[in-house]
Write a protein that binds this ligand. Structure first.
Ligand code: HEM
Length: 93
């Protein structure tokens, strides 16, 4: 009959983004621990700082919103794919 049947919810923990406040992101503002906010998503680019073809400019807004610079003309199209590797969560607003 289907009566009383338990509908198993799909586990969705992997799909739910971890949320970080701006204050939390701001703690990661240096070369050895660098998070960036790009369009309200959070990226831990620490391991990429030394690889960055644009040098230390990646640290200009470390621990803060780097959206404007990131979408500037200096970046080839491929970076928008590349940066996904560093995605760790979303900005809590
Ligand atoms: C995960 C990937 C990357 C991230 C998160 C990133 C981030 C940034 C940020 C935040 C800036 C500073 C923009 C500003 O404040 O005005 C910057 C500048 C720059 N980036 Fe990237 N970048 C990435 C990959 C790349 C790649 C692949 C290239 C080149 C092939 C590149 C070339 C540059 C150049 C030339 C600049 C300007 C340097 C300067 O003005 O001194 N970036 N990038």
């Amino acid at each position: 009959s289907g009566k009383g049947k338990v509908v198993q919810a799909k586990p969705r923990s992997a799909e739910v983004p971890k949320m970080y406040t701006k204050a939390e992101v701001a703690l990661h503002n240096k070369r050895s621990d660098c998070w960036l906010i790009l369009k309200d998503k959070i990226f831990d680019v620490t391991s990429y700082v030394e690889e960055h073809p644009g040098g230390d400019s990646i640290l200009n807004n470390a621990g803060d919103d780097s959206t404007e610079g990131f979408y500037g003309p200096q970046h080839p199209g491929g970076v928008f794919q590349l940066v996904e590797d560093f995605y760790i969560g979303d900005l809590k607003k």
